[in-house]
Design a protein around this ligand. Structure first.
Ligand code: SF4
Length: 604
């Protein structure tokens, strides 16, 4: 995105010099080898190579740059980006990079490109002055004049030429806040905005081009209420099928915004960071928990999907304080909770004050805090375990709808429950997975084991059955939602369901058995396990759960039908399976034809 933006800026309304320059962009991932990246770049025979450098790709970029420099010393190397802006001096000291461009890239990039281009001029008098290795920062004050990379035809395709389905979308630069752990607001005061005309034109283009997902680059999207409402209105009209991810400030949320967010496909990310106002004061933030809860309540009221961020290891934070923040965050009922160990980034206020605040930290990326006066190394490790357990049990385990009722029934604080869960995992000798991947059945089995042991330990086994049901139901619901569009071998779609047919269940048809009537779980909203157990008697039930026409469907089944479906395995004929279950072909024909016609049952 950054490279496309610079390219567009340089070539837009190009001067005679810039129009002669051929600027190519290439994307790599840090799982690629620097060797491969360097070879791929050099195959294009570049005169210069620029790296868009962030904390997570710094070593990848530097290794790639070194290989290029060794193989092609005449190629001019330059770099810019957030990591460069945060710490230009160390790159100046330690890297093989020829030019370092801190701050916003457009103006330094233009100076450098004009210089590089002029090197090829036959007339030395046409040479531009050689820039300093460390170019000075220079921002565009009115970003409304910047050309749109997307509208100019840049950045809409992948390396291979196929259309991009996921885009980053810049709406503003700067931030009106000054959180001490962040460098976003440093360098230029205030927020600068992209024009509404450009926003509207880009939205129309995105929808036309079939973009599916957009991450909005505006760290506080709802800072200007009227502007936010106007943009949400434009999205509703021009890009209704695209999913957007926004970052918003909780204290600025209101009913009108919640309603506008609810009318588009989106999720919001909100930085809570800590629920302790004494801790937040150290990083220039504040919180009034009751007001925070009230604002978040608007989102829950309108069914807007949102996640919260927490940081542990901030100045004055303690393990107990972090646990209280965890309790508060989960009581807000976020759809996901992202928890990070504090990183003390160079270029931030916190970095400047780190020694006086007693922050022991890594000297290189990710600059993680290793201990503070109030948070020992062991306590940070424990916080890390809690964070991993929250990610696995709550986020990946699709526990949003039932986690708090379970904690209430157990009379455990959420952080206490997560500590219990983390310990069970460790005792079993299996590492908690912290990646973002979705881990299906092994995860559910771990959750069920945690629930069983917790309800047994707290002598509340009577609630354990409904908790296990909720875990199973939401697990399969989440899988059906997530895997709805996965392609699979559909067998022979033209074949008929017959007694002699060998059938195979789609992997997207989920079968589950429950302790209570499954229909009691299909209504949205939470309920108390105590009330539930008081009101209903256990009644074994069976269901199939699947996605159809964009909805997740739960259909209760009688036991023989459920048993039959579980037996369908792609090897026995239907006749054999019917004999085992005591059902007749007439009994099951309608059901199987329905499943077959919806791609949930295949004829081999
Ligand atoms: S953390 Fe967010 S709100 Fe705070 S300064 Fe950075 S971008 Fe702004």
């Amino acid at each position: 995105m950054a490279a496309e933006t610079l390219k567009t800026y340089y070539l837009h309304g190009s001067t005679p010099v810039s129009s002669e320059l051929d600027i190519l962009t290439a994307d790599f991932s840090t799982s690629d080898s620097p060797e491969m990246a360097a070879a791929s770049i050099l195959a294009r025979k570049p005169g210069s190579v620029g790296f868009s450098m962030y904390i997570w790709n710094r070593s990848f970029c530097l290794e790639t740059a070194e290989i290029i420099k060794n193989r092609a010393p005449s190629v001019i190397l330059y770099t810019g980006g957030a990591e460069v802006t945060a710490d230009p001096e160390s790159l100046d000291r330690e890297s093989v990079i020829d030019y370092i461009l801190p701050g916003e890239g457009e103006l330094p990039f233009r100076i450098l490109m004009d210089y590089i281009k002029s090197l090829h001029s036959p007339h030395t008098k046409n040479r531009e002055e050689k820039p300093a290795r460390l170019l000075s920062r220079s921002n565009i004050h009115d970003i409304r004049t910047l050309p749109s990379p997307y509208l100019e035809g840049n950045g809409m395709t992948e390396n291979g030429g196929e259309p991009r389905r996921v885009l980053l979308w810049e709406l503003s630069r700067g931030c009106p806040y000054n959180c001490a752990f962040c460098a976003e607001s440093r360098g230029i005061a205030g927020v600068r905005y992209i024009s509404m005309e450009r926003i509207e034109a880009e939205l129309k283009l995105f929808e036309r081009q079939g973009v599916e997902q957009i991450f909005v680059l505006d760290p506080t999207f709802n800072t200007g209420h009227d502007r936010a409402i106007e943009i949400l209105g434009l999205i509703a009209v021009h890009a209704p099928s695209i999913h957007f991810t926004f970052e918003v400030r909780a204290e600025l949320l209101n009913v009108e915004q919640a309603e506008a967010f609810s009318k588009i496909r989106c999720s919001l990310q909100i930085g809570l960071q800590s629920a302790d106002s004494d801790v937040l004061r150290y990083v220039n933030r504040s919180i009034r928990p009751d007001m925070f809860m009230e604002k978040i309540g608007h989102l829950n009221e309108y069914g807007v999907i949102f996640g919260l961020d927490l940081i542990y290891g901030l100045p004055a934070d303690t393990l107990q304080g972090f646990q209280r923040s965890l309790d508060f965050a989960l009581s807000c009922l976020p759809n996901h909770l992202d928890i990070f160990r504090l990183s003390v980034f160079p270029g931030t206020e916190l970095h400047e004050k780190a020694d006086s605040l007693g922050l022991i930290r890594q000297p290189s990326p990710p600059y993680a805090v290793l201990g503070t006066d109030d948070f020992s190394e062991q306590e940070l490790s424990r916080a890390e375990e809690l964070a991993a357990a929250a990610n696995r049990f709550y986020n990946q385990g699709a526990a949003v709808a039932w986690f708090m009722p379970v904690c209430d029934a157990l009379e455990m604080r959420p952080s206490e429950f997560l500590g219990f869960a983390a310990d069970i995992h460790e005792e079993n000798g299996a590492a908690i997975q912290t990646g973002d991947g979705f881990h299906p059945d092994p995860l559910m089995h771990w959750q069920l084991e945690v629930l069983r042991l917790a309800f047994r330990k707290h002598k509340k086994k009577r609630y354990g059955k409904v908790a296990a049901d909720l875990c199973r139901y939401h697990h399969y619901y989440a899988r059906a939602l997530k895997e709805a569009d996965l392609a699979e071998d559909a067998g022979n779609p033209e074949a008929q369901i017959s007694r002699g047919a060998v059938l195979r269940r789609s992997s997207q048809l989920y079968l589950a058995d429950f302790n209570y009537d499954v229909n009691l779980y299909t209504e949205p909203g939470m309920f108390s396990l105590e009330d539930f157990v008081r009101e209903y008697d256990p009644e074994p039930s069976f269901a199939m759960i699947f996605a159809a026409t964009g909805e997740i469907v739960t259909l209760a089944l009688e036991e023989p039908y459920y048993v039959l479906l579980t037996k369908i395995n792609g090897s026995d004929t239907l006749k054999t399976l019917l004999e085992q279950t005591g059902l007749s072909f007439d009994d099951v024909e309608d059901l199987l034809v329905f499943l077959h016609s919806n791609g949930l049952m295949h004829v081999c």
